[in-house]
Design a protein around this ligand. Structure first.
Ligand code: AP5
Ligand code: ZN
Length: 213
């Protein structure tokens, strides 16, 4: 299966991804995680992306399209993939269609994490992540066994630089202006499944499974 997860910041894309990945043996490509790794490693890509990310704005289409084009060549992504956080503009969606056309493939399903903006600030400001795996926790909704420590590796958790109430406002603005048109783009193709993303994580998971069955 070739799946796309779309939704505003904090809607649960990163939380559901590992579950979907394990269930269907897909490769998981999260442009946000890849960009954060590039910023941390101070690669040329990371240096170019840093400023936009810290302001909560989108990184240029060319940079992210390049990352996805490379990643889709990996052997582990040939049978199927989950794209988390890409495409985020109509241009990115068109470029993805071109890349897949060349390989004789297409997007099977778009999971739209539909949720009211008002719920997102609490989710974003309470989030803690384990940077190397991308696992995320929440102080109230999904606390780690030991506060501040990853359950699996025992390594410390951190908060994302863009997870503040102020930067969230810009991220939401970018979502409504630039990413909502992407949902329309796929609606016209009839492949969007709308998920009730405000429900508890386990309920969202069963809705995901229903949408993919
Ligand atoms: P990215 O990393 O993609 O961030 P985002 O889209 O803002 O999404 P988040 O990761 O914040 O939300 P999520 O839906 O994954 O939430 P999560 O599951 O963790 O992008 C970051 C930046 O990179 C962008 O701003 C941009 O600059 C750049 N970028 C990335 N891709 C790009 C692209 N294609 N083009 C241009 N620029 C790009 O959940 C959040 C919290 O809520 C967690 O604490 C979790 O435990 C909790 N939670 C999750 N589900 C539930 C639930 N059902 N109930 C209660 N709590 C829940
Ligand atoms: Zn995420």
């Amino acid at each position: 299966k070739r799946l796309i997860l779309v939704g505003p910041p904090g809607s649960g894309k990163g939380t559901q991804s590992p579950i979907i990945k394990d269930e269907y043996c897909l490769c998981h490509l999260a442009t946000g995680d890849m960009l954060r790794a590039a910023v941390a490693a101070k690669t040329p890509l990371g240096i170019k992306a840093k400023e936009a990310m810290e302001k909560g704005e989108l990184v240029s289409d060319d940079l992210v399209v390049g990352i996805i084009d490379d990643a889709l060549k990996k052997p582990s992504c040939q049978k199927g993939f989950i794209l988390d956080g890409f495409p985020r503009t109509v241009v990115q969606a068109q470029k993805l269609d071109d890349m897949l056309d060349k390989r004789g493939a297409k997007v099977d399903k778009v999971l739209n994490f539909a949720i009211d903006d008002a719920i997102l600030e609490e989710r974003i400001t309470g989030r803690w992540i384990h940077p190397s795996s991308g696992r995320s926790y929440h102080t109230k909704f999904a606390p780690p066994k030991v506060p501040g420590v990853d359950d699996v590796t025992g390594e410390p958790l951190i908060q994302r630089k863009d997870d503040t109430a102020t930067v969230l406002k810009s991220r939401l603005e970018a979502f409504h202006k630039q990413t909502e048109p992407v949902i329309d783009y796929y609606n016209k193709k009839g492949i969007v499944a709308n998920l009730p993303a405000e429900k508890p994580p386990q309920e969202v998971t069963s809705e995901v499974k229903k949408a993919l069955s």
